[in-house]
Design a protein around this ligand. Structure first.
Ligand SMILES: NC(=O)C1=CN([C@@H]2O[C@H](COP(=O)(O)OP(=O)(O)OC[C@H]3O[C@@H](n4cnc5c(N)ncnc54)[C@H](OP(=O)(O)O)[C@@H]3O)[C@@H](O)[C@H]2O)[C@@H](O)CC1
Ligand SMILES: [K+]
Length: 487
């Protein structure tokens, strides 16, 4: 499991850990981990050119101490000090290791520093002429978990001056909101983020997760001092533990029956693909209830599917068009868990308080809560949590990083998947898989998060780096499940 803790939790854990260690030990652990990650990234240290962007806090201190390690290993290291209060111990260590430091030219008009002459004094400008080769990497030590969203003008100017140089962010990309994953007006866009002790929401949740690039976690011994994480991401072994497996004396009814009420004469494909997802093999039987034409198509493609009857979970709404409300009401009458998708989401208030998984994309969630789509995309974590509380149901907000939010505020992020999964009908397959897991007895939160992970991983498996259609994702599921159960 990947766990993301809040800034407050990290601070408390850090205080408990520091009480057991000599002063400065944690920063040294962080700095060495950071330096080694940078060496890995660059393929070495000797002769490499490293620029440190250093703010006023301990995040800058990490960058300076890591810079000292790199300088001792033969890198040319230059620290650009964005504040007059850079970490004194880190500064001394860097200088002692042969690194250079450059400060803002305080005579430069505010905001122009770094943008034209980079704000250097004339002595520094002369030095700069001798080191005018571009850098190999920038370490973003502007702000870490103590930072507010957005960047100050001098940081923006420095980043502009370094445009095109790969960025390794220290702990988090500066300028993001660490606990919400939202972006400030300006923020760092990193190739790699080296984070300390535990993940943070901004490293898992978009849009900030996109600004973090590849995330590398450095163990600094914080784990035993951390409580349960409010945001987490299932990994393959976590999903394997959640997967329902048949008892030796199982029969199809004890394994759970999933019913699909999706598709219509206008949209038969939605019914077919929902059934394809539900037929992943995790439930004992699949029923289909819908228009005769669609039922005929479903039976032709999936001869094992039967018609109406008792079910342990329903999948409702995709391609139901005008019939969505009636279909949802019929499903609710059975008083079993359900997946509410697509057209049925407009009537999701009928399912309030039921054991349900609502599966909107950003546009659908925006319509449900009366917001703009862009607003949902800018603040997906906040919106998914608010909708889960409002509807008293699990909300699965689809996206590059799908979020599964429970009414009590817990969130799981789906890290599996491929951009090729952005394809018609993929959501129908997802609804079917989640429905099968609900029918097998998983809670809505586990069914939604495990189903979403399986869906993404099946897409990656089917795609092999190339295009994929929704039916391929469904076909890849049984093989993926076998591989998880027998690694
Ligand atoms: N926790 C751990 O286990 C460990 C933590 N470690 C490290 O410590 C880091 C946290 O350090 P920290 O607390 O000193 O805060 P940090 O983020 O460096 O700076 C905050 C200062 O920046 C300023 N500022 C704020 N917003 C700003 C903005 N948008 N743009 C510009 N400036 C801004 C603001 O000052 P102000 O501007 O208000 O004067 C504020 O005081 C953490 O991320 C990790 O790297 C490791 O060393 C060891 C293990
Ligand atoms: K940073």
């Amino acid at each position: 499991m990947i766990r993301a803790h809040t800034v407050e939790q990290v601070r408390e854990g850090e205080a408990a850990l520091m009480a057991t260690l000599p002063g400065g030990a944690l920063m040294q652990r962080a700095a060495y981990g950071l330096a080694h990650a940078v060496v890995d990234y660059l393929g070495g240290a000797y002769g490499r050119r490293v620029c440190l962007l250093v703010g006023s806090g301990d995040n800058g201190g990490d960058a300076l101490y890591a810079g000292a390690v790199l300088a001792r290993r033969g890198a040319y290291v230059e620290a650009w000090l964005l504040s007059e209060n850079a970490h004194p111990g880190g500064l001394a260590a860097l200088r002692q290791a042969g690194g250079r430091t450059r400060g803002l030219d305080t005579s430069s008009p505010s905001g122009s520093a770094y943008s034209t002459s980079l704000g250097w004094s004339s002595r520094e400008r002369a030095q700069r002429a001798t080191v005018s080769r571009p850098f190999d990497v920038v370490l973003d030590g502007i702000v870490g978990i103590g930072g507010r969203a957005g960047l100050k003008p001098e940081a923006v100017a420095a980043l502009d001056a370094l445009a095109g140089v790969p960025v390794v962010a220290v702990d988090v990309p500066s300028g993001v909101d660490v606990d919400t994953g939202e972006l400030g007006d300006s923020s760092v866009s990193a190739d790699v983020t080296v984070t300390f002790g535990t993940h943070k929401a901004a490293l898992l949740v978009d849009p900030a997760a996109q600004a973090a690039g590849a995330v590398h976690l450095v163990d600094i011994g914080l784990d035993p001092h951390l409580p349960a994480a409010p945001v987490e991401a299932l990994q393959a072994d976590d999903v394997a533990v959640l997967l329902p497996t048949p008892d030796p004396d199982a029969h199809k009814y004890t394994r759970g029956v999933v019913g699909v009420r999706a598709g219509s004469a206008t949209y038969p494909g939605a019914g077919l693909l929902s059934v394809a997802g539900a037929s992943c093999g995790l439930a004992g039987m699949v029923r289909y209830v819908g228009d005769r034409e669609v039922l005929d198509l479903v039976r032709a493609a999936h001869p094992e599917v039967v018609g109406g009857g008792r079910v342990q979970a329903w999948v409702v709404g995709s391609g139901s068009a005008d019939g969505a409300r009636g279909t949802l009401e019929e499903a609710l009458a059975d008083d079993v868990p359900l997946v509410v998708d697509a057209d049925a989401l407009a009537h999701a208030d009928l399912a309030r308080g039921c054991p349900a998984v609502l599966t909107p994309h950003a546009g659908e969630l925006a319509a449900m809560v009366g917001a703009d789509r862009a607003e949902v995309e800018a603040r997906p974590l906040a919106h998914a949590r608010a909708a889960a509380a409002t509807y008293d149901a699990v909300v699965l907000l689809k996206g590059r990083r799908t979020l599964v939010a429970a009414p009590d505020g817990r969130v799981r992020v789906t890290m599996s998947g491929t951009p090729w999964l952005a394809t018609a009908g993929a959501g129908d397959v997802l609804g079917g898989v989640v429905g099968a897991l609900l029918a097998s007895g998983l809670t809505p939160y586990d069914a939604a998060s495990a189903g979403s992970w399986l869906h993404g991983a099946a897409a990656t498996l089917a795609s092999r780096g190339g295009p994929v259609v929704a039916g391929d994702v469904a076909h890849a599921l049984p093989g993926l499940i076998s591989a998880l159960l027998h690694p």
